[in-house]
Design a protein around this ligand. Structure first.
Ligand SMILES: C[S@@+](CC[C@H](N)C(=O)[O-])C[C@H]1O[C@@H](n2cnc3c(N)ncnc32)[C@H](O)[C@@H]1O
Length: 410
């Protein structure tokens, strides 16, 4: 495009808030085939679309890769993961390398270009992402469409598995730049409450997909590494864990090795290993014993060497409610017993079972039992009289799973 167009384009982009208006104008002018296309591209950029989506390409470690609207744009920080993946792949003969959560597959693409003999694969739940990955990968690369590990053919094992899973904690989304929130799929970004939902899924299944001597590399925020390492150890089926920190001070790569004695015994019920359930039950028993103490999920999780996020998630999966909800119900059950079996005041019982606010206690009690504590004490005792204790307990048990909005474990 003519250089005059570049000046006008830069002015428009600057007015739209672009910090690198001149550089972006140069990229747009080089990409547009004529004035009409430049105009269309400039408008899209003014509206906040990623420059890379507008021109359909991104540069990663000096290599050009295709991208497309709706597909995650590979970030500069991922150079750390790519460098590690290339290093691990070069250390092996004819390595089989898999990029999970591949998107445009920057890791698999650069390994394919830099490691002769590497056989690369990419997996993603998003078919549009895989279509872009296909453009970036050599012919013959494996492309696998599906949710997490289910995308892969059974029995396939890899020497190097790398991933940039969606690892943004839910609450952090609001802090992200507008172009990210509005122009990238949330599916590619969000990793649940603590950002570790996908990370835990990858760790849970990694032992079944790593070849002997294989390695799993995960890009994370450095603040997530400790919890992710704990989750890796908690699987009981993976080997040494360490981390590499990026120069930006926030990006990290968690490296998890396969167990040195070869593949961990295959288990159809990996996610339901007794050890996992045993740990959850241990946590629940501790909550029963300490129901009058404030809820501290971090401490409960640390006590069984799990991350807080993993514990909350698995607790809910296994027992059908959050630790918070379970604790509230447990406290109300205890209060019900004390109301009927002692003369202590409602306020004393409220404090005995762990609430610090009578208002919160009464609200929660009414929500779960249907009547306020004083009414419960006065009424209904006669209804239960003569009933076998096991039946009385069942009919008088509070209704679970009703979270009181705006209340907290006090
Ligand atoms: C943060 S992007 C990373 C893409 C690419 N690796 C990169 O660095 O540019 C995360 C990718 O994970 C994919 N993804 C999200 N949930 C998934 C799931 N359940 N199974 C497989 N892939 C998933 C998204 O489609 C997205 O392409």
């Amino acid at each position: 495009m003519d250089p005059g167009g570049q000046g006008t384009t830069a002015t428009r982009l600057r007015s739209a808030g672009s910090v690198f208006a001149e550089e972006e104008a140069e990229v747009l002018c080089a990409a547009a085939r004529d004035g009409a296309e430049l105009e269309a591209m400039t408008r899209r950029r003014e509206a906040g679309e990623f420059l890379e989506h507008v021109v359909g390409r991104v540069e990663v470690m000096g290599e050009r890769l295709a991208v497309a609207p709706g597909v995650f744009v590979p970030r500069r920080r991922t150079a750390l993961l790519i460098a590690e993946a290339v290093r691990e792949a070069r250390a092996r003969r004819a390595p089989r390398v898999l990029e999970m959560c591949a998107g445009a597959a920057p890791v698999a693409a650069l390994v394919a270009r830099r490691v002769p003999g590497a056989r690369v694969h990419a997996a993603d739940v998003d078919a549009a992402a895989l279509a872009v990955a296909r453009e970036n990968l050599p012919p013959g690369a494996g492309l696998h469409h599906g949710d997490g590990w289910a995308a892969l053919p059974p029995g396939e094992r890899f020497d190097v598995i790398a991933a940039v899973p969606p690892y943004v904690p839910r609450e952090s989304l609001a802090l992200m730049p507008r172009e990210v929130r509005e122009h990238e799929p949330l599916l590619a970004l969000l990793g649940g409450e603590d950002g570790l939902d996908h990370v835990c899924t990858l760790l849970d299944g990694a032992a079944d997909h790593l070849a002997p001597g294989g390695v799993l590399l995960l890009e994370l925020h450095r603040g997530q590494c400790r919890a992710a390492a704990a989750a890796a150890r908690a699987t009981g089926r993976l080997g040494a864990v360490d981390q590499v920190l990026g120069e930006d001070g926030s990006t990290a790569v968690l490296r998890v090795r396969a167990l040195p004695d070869g593949p961990a015994p295959s288990s159809a019920a990996t996610r339901e290993t007794p050890s996992d359930l045993v740990l959850l039950r241990r946590v629940r028993d501790r909550m029963d014993r300490e129901h009058d103490r404030p809820l501290d999920v971090e401490a409960l999780a640390a006590g069984v060497h799990l991350s807080a996020g993993h514990l909350s998630r698995r607790f809910r999966e296994e027992f059908g409610e959050s630790p918070y909800s379970y604790l509230m119900t447990r406290r109300i059950e205890r209060a019900m017993t004390l109301l009927r079996s002692t003369d202590r005041s409602v306020t004393d019982i409220c404090l005995d079972v762990g609430f610090s606010s009578l208002g919160t206690f009464s609200t929660r009690f009414k929500e779960l039992v249907g009547v306020p504590p004083s009414t419960y004490r006065g009424e209904g005792a006669e209804v239960l009289e003569g009933m076998p204790p096991c039946i009385a307990r069942r009919v008088s048990r509070p209704v679970r799973n009703r979270e009181a909005p705006g209340t907290s474990a006090s």
